[in-house]
Design a binder for this molecule. Sequence first.
Ligand code: APR
Length: 275
Amino acid sequence: MDDALRALLDAGLAGTGPIVVMTGAGISAESGIPTFRGEEGYWTVGSEHYHPMEMATQEAYRRMPEEVWRWYLYRRSVCRKAQPNPAHLALVRLERALGDRFLLVTQNVDGLHLRAGNTEARTYQIHGNIDYLRCGDEPSSLRPVPLAIGEDWEAGSPFTEEARALLSCCDGGRFARPHVLWFDECYDEALFRFESSLRAASAAALLIVIGTSGATNLPMQVGAIVAERGAPMIVINQDPSPFSRFAERSARGAFLQGSAGEHLPPMVEHLVQHA
Ligand code: APR
């Protein structure tokens, strides 16, 4: 690790605000979960009948709930079969060392940060979690996808009567919905920690951004706020992104091009040793 990077990490530790880590699909790529916009990405490859971005809308769910559920149950199977990788585990170590100074803002719905051991209290799942469902927008209806639904949904598996019953709301026939934020929906605080994420950006002593292309609104706002404040920002990403440009334009920024598994563990080691 070079001196400039070490100095950014030390500046983060010396500050008073939280050390905020913001993750995207790139951190789970090494666990075997496809990203969204990469060559083999969910939004690139497509599904059998629909363009995948069409499937991730409330409009599609209203029109064809079973088709949308099949798509999410298939993606959930991929997530459930994946295991946390060294980058996820490094973030668990970091939370344990930093306690309340640690905050994780993740766009990933794969649940791998929580399965690795990060706590729900300090993990803002700003796009939801594919392991949960809810009835409409009612936060109190949020609950895990029933175990009996199984984890072996191949792409194109037919929908069964049993699945239909398991995914229904308690009030009868109505389908529950996957707990994810769709393209035609807005962030909010109760379900997606919108204001809390912005507050974290305003107070962050250091922002570490990992594996995201910068295609969504809230993460871009978080990055812009931190850049505007001139707070330290470190970006780990396979490819350049709007976040890497923020970091490169800042006197207190660094862009590490490459994989999360390669760059994150040594940084965490330094932070843990000096916390
Ligand atoms: N390490 C670090 N970065 C990686 C790795 C890796 N091993 N593999 C891929 N990347 C980078 C890619 O270069 C890319 O910039 O991760 C980024 C993944 O970008 P996207 O596929 O667009 O995923 P993400 O940014 O998380 O998407 C944001 O968009 O579609 C919505 O809701 C969905 O949460 C998702 C959001």
